[in-house]
Write a protein that binds this ligand. Structure first.
Ligand SMILES: [Zn+2]
Length: 65
């Protein structure tokens, strides 16, 4: 089952919801404030199982100052 990412603008928090593919367009519910929020576009959107993620971290920073 794919995991979908959501972002709550109220809490400024991201959270993940695991749900069936057929419910992929349904809004997510923020676990903190209960607001319904839109899905964050992700690599999971079009192809289940294609799970390449862009790494976050020091290696990804281009500029050294
Ligand atoms: Zn919230």
């Amino acid at each position: 089952m794919p995991i979908y990412e959501y972002y709550c603008a109220n809490c400024r928090k991201e959270f993940e919801v695991m749900r069936p593919f057929r419910e992929s367009d349904a809004p997510g519910k923020c676990p903190t404030c209960g607001a319904e929020v839109a899905k964050v576009p992700s690599v999971f959107a079009s192809n289940e199982g294609y799970s390449v993620k862009v790494p976050h971290g020091p290696a990804f920073r281009g500029n050294k100052s």
